[in-house]
Design a binder for this molecule. Structure first.
Ligand SMILES: NC(=O)c1ccc[n+]([C@@H]2O[C@H](COP(=O)([O-])OP(=O)(O)OC[C@H]3O[C@@H](n4cnc5c(N)ncnc54)[C@H](OP(=O)(O)O)[C@@H]3O)[C@@H](O)[C@H]2O)c1
Length: 329
């Protein structure tokens, strides 16, 4: 592929939103060592993609420009680097790229073998591409942070999932229901039936007073909150938590960090814990297998062609996706 050009979408500095995305032709990258060159079939967007462009993540993820955004991809292996052991040209895969390099909004990308997994024919490219950031974060919060066993063993746990209609939330509800759990979920009124169909035992409309107060309709106190929404203060969570309840905050702001520190320092039994995804290939493989076995579903909000990537970007910034936003080259 050396010397061949491909279509890609780049931005050239912080800010600019959808208008900051530019359609360019750049050389197809070459895989080195442990890398695979993928011809992409689908890319899914995550809020972190436009948060990086906005400069919100600057201290954690300083950017080099120009930058091709997007980390969650599915496609076909075209070439492999000399150190690649488990894949060959023609294999269908799902991969997660790292946030520093990105590269997803393009026709081709290089992915590390470590975060690439086989995609069986039962799993479409779009459904596979939905998984990496959103699915792995939901999985990590439930299994690693909350200790839920997804084989259904263990004591029953009461879980609240906020923003259950979004990318992370819709996976979190489904994965939680693989464990021995009672799931309360919040979403907007238009998504109540959708979230029930994912398996939630009770659903709260976040725009009603009961929903805003996070009160379980059945009077349960939450052992675990997978907090995928933003802007809910600790004082709203606290009265709804079981004595050892934990809030797993996916988007911790300054006040959440202060609450985290205060709860730790005072040995509080009720805790707020920030969650930061630490992606693992084995977990991605597990999630792809759940899709194959129809134990998990990627719900697609909308599909956009790469030539209209700015529409997908605007949709993600808007914050009202139901499931995952997909871009197709
Ligand atoms: N820490 C990490 O490693 C990590 C990893 C992944 C994601 N995240 C963060 O987690 C958050 C969720 O990500 P996502 O991909 O799920 O976002 P998303 O797909 O954009 O979420 C959109 C959904 O959230 C719903 N929503 C918004 N505010 C709500 C509220 N107050 N109560 C209930 N539902 C609400 C919207 O419903 P309506 O349309 O009805 O408003 C919409 O369906 C983002 O801030 C993201 O950056 C963090």
């Amino acid at each position: 592929m050396e010397g061949k050009l491909m279509h890609a979408v780049q931005y050239f500095g912080y800010g600019g939103g959808p208008a900051g995305l530019k359609h360019v032709e750049v050389p197809v990258p070459s895989p080195t060592k442990d890398e695979l060159l993928l011809k992409l079939e689908a890319i899914s967007l995550n809020p972190v993609d436009w948060k990086i462009q906005k400069g919100i993540m600057r201290p954690l993820l300083p950017r080099r420009f120009p930058h091709v955004p997007g980390t969650d991809v599915a496609g076909e292996v075209v070439e492999v680097g000399p150190g690649v052991k488990s894949f060959k040209a023609g294999d269908k895969v799902v991969a997660m790229l790292n946030h520093a390099d990105g590269g997803g909004l393009a026709e081709f990308v290089v992915a590390k073998e470590r975060l690439t997994v086989t995609r069986p024919p039962e799993v479409s490219a779009a459904k596979g591409a939905g998984l990496p950031v959103a699915g792995l974060t939901a999985h990590q919060a439930l299994t690693q942070s909350a200790g839920i066993k997804l084989d259904g063993s263990g004591e029953q746990v009461n879980i609240l999932v906020t923003a259950a209609s979004g990318g992370v939330g819709h996976y979190a509800v489904q994965l939680a229901k693989l464990g021995n759990t009672h799931v309360t979920a919040t979403c907007g009124s238009r998504n109540i039936n959708f979230v029930k169909s994912l398996g939630a035992d009770e659903v709260l409309d976040y725009k009603t007073p009961e929903g805003a107060a996070l009160k379980s309709p059945s009077g349960r106190k939450y052992d675990v909150v997978v907090h995928c929404a933003t802007g809910i203060p600790w004082s709203t969570f606290e009265p709804n938590l079981a004595p050892n309840g934990k809030v797993l905050d996916l988007t911790p702001g300054l006040s959440a960090i202060v609450t985290f520190a205060v709860k730790k320092l005072t040995f509080s039994k009720k805790q707020l814990l920030p969650v930061l995804l630490n992606a693992k290939g084995g977990n991605l493989d597990y999630l792809v297998k759940l899709l194959k076995e129809d134990k998990l579903e990627t719900v697609i909000d909308s599909k956009h062609s790469l030539s209209k990537a700015e529409d997908a970007w605007a949709k993600s910034i808007d914050g009202h996706a139901t499931g995952k936003i997909i871009v197709e080259p």
